[in-house]
Design a protein around this ligand. Sequence first.
Ligand SMILES: Cc1cc2nc3c(=O)[nH]c(=O)nc-3n(C[C@H](O)[C@H](O)[C@H](O)COP(=O)(O)OP(=O)(O)OC[C@H]3O[C@@H](n4cnc5c(N)ncnc54)[C@H](O)[C@@H]3O)c2cc1C
Length: 437
Amino acid sequence: MAWDFETEPEFQEKLDWMERFVADEVEPLGHIGLHPADVKNPRYEKLVRPLQAQVKAQGLWACHLGPELGGQGYGQVKLGLMNEILGRAVFGPSVFGCAAPDTGNAEIIAHFGAPAQKEKYLKPLLNNEIVSSFSMTEPQGGSDPLMFVTAAVEDGDEWVINGEKWFSTNAKWSEFLIVMAVTDPDAPPYQRMSMFIVPTNTPGVEIVRNVSVHGGRDGSEGYMRYTNVRVPKDHILGERGGAFAISQTRLGGGRIHHAMRTVGACKRALDLMCRRAVSRKTRDGVIADKQTVQMHIADSYIELEQFRLFVMKTAWMIDKYKDYRKVRKDIAAIKALMPKVYHDIAARALHIHGALGVSNEMPFAGQVIGALVMGIADGPTEVHKVTVAKQHLRKYRDVADPMFPPYSIPQLKQAAMEKYGDAADIVRELAEAAEAA
Ligand SMILES: Cc1cc2nc3c(=O)[nH]c(=O)nc-3n(C[C@H](O)[C@H](O)[C@H](O)COP(=O)(O)OP(=O)(O)OC[C@H]3O[C@@H](n4cnc5c(N)ncnc54)[C@H](O)[C@@H]3O)c2cc1C
C-alpha cells in the first residue's frame, strides 16, 4: 500500500538547500534587467554561470533529464517539489538547467534526433551554452494546427521552407529554431507536417518583430518570416510527416513542468497576501482580523492545495507509466485548471494590497496577466477541456446502453427486491406501519 505524502529526508535536505539558494542568490537576478535567455550577454557569464556551477556541484542540474543525458533521472515527483521552488524566481529554471522552451526542444531531439543532430545541437543546449526556439504557431492558425500553411519542399539535397510563424519564444536569442512545416499536403491530416532544425542565422530567416506580452517594450516572442530558407536534407527531425506525434511528446512534459512552477508562483502570491494581511493596520486591528479577508486567504489556500495535489498525483502517474499518452487526461485537466487557480490567487493578493497591489511595484498585475497567458499558450483552456471530456467519456461510450437510464429508481428497487427479497419486505412493512400510525 503506497499512498504517501512524505519526502525522504535526504531529498528534503536538497530541497532545503534549494530554498535558501533560490531566495538568496537566484531571486535577485530577476531585478537587474537581464533576460534568462540572453545567454551570450557578458553579465550572464559573470552572474549566472557561477550559480549554475553551484547547482551542478549539488547534483541538481537538469533534473528533468535521465542520467544518459547528464541529468539525475529523479522522476516527476521529485521534479515537482523542485519546480515549486524554482517557480518563485524568474531565473530559477535557467540556473537549474531546466528552462522552457529548451527543455521541450532538448527532449524531442534526444528522442527523435539523429546522432549528428544530437552532437551538434543537443549537447550545447543541455549545457545552456545556447538557447533555442520552437516555431509552430502561425498568424492564421494556433489552436487548430490543420490551419498551418508554412511549407517545406524538397530541392536536391535540401529542404526549402517558406511561411510565417509567430510567438516563437526566445527566437531573438536562439541558435536554432525547431520549425513545423507542411511537407505532405495530400497525406492524412495528422501526417502532413514535419519538423526541421533551422539554424537561426540561415539566410531567409527573418524576425519581423519581437512581440511583448505583458506590456513591455522589447518582447521575446518572435514574429518569424521564412523566405526560401534552405536547410540540408538531414535537418529534418524525426520521421517525415511525424511532426504532430513529436509535438505531443514535447508538450506533455512542458505542461506538467509549467504547472509545477505555477504551484510555486501561487505559493509566493499567498505568502505575500498573508504577510500584508497581518501587517496592514486599520483603526480596530489588522486586516487579517476581517472575515472577508480571511475568506480570501482560506479560498486561496484550499484552491492551491487542491491544485498541488492534482499536479503531484499526475507527476506520480507519469513516473509510474513512463508514457505521457497514458496520463493525457490529467495533464490536460491540470493545464485547464492552472490559469484559473493562478489568476484567482494572484487577483486576491493584488486586492489585499490595495493601490500598491495594482502598481508596478508589486508582482501581482504581471501574475494576473501571466495567468491569462497560461490560458492561451500551449493551447487554449477550451481545447484542453475538450480533451479531458473526450478521454473521460471513453469508458462510458464503451458500455453505452441503448435503454438509458438502466438505473432509474423503479429498476433499482426491482433489482433490490430480487436480491434482498426478505429485507425489502421488512422495509415495506416498516413503511406501511409508519404510514398507518
Ligand atoms: C506568451 C506566449 C508564448 C508562446 N510561445 C510559443 C512558442 O514558443 N512556440 C509556438 O509555436 N507557439 C507559442 N505560443 C502560441 C500558442 O501556442 C498559441 O497562442 C495557442 O496555441 C493558441 O493559438 P492562437 O493564439 O492562434 O489562438 P486561437 O487559435 O485563435 O484561439 C483563440 C480563442 O478561440 C477559442 N478557440 C479556439 N479553438 C477552439 C476550440 N477548438 N474550441 C473552443 N474554443 C476554441 C478559444 O477561446 C481561444 O482562446 C505562445 C503564446 C503565448 C501567448
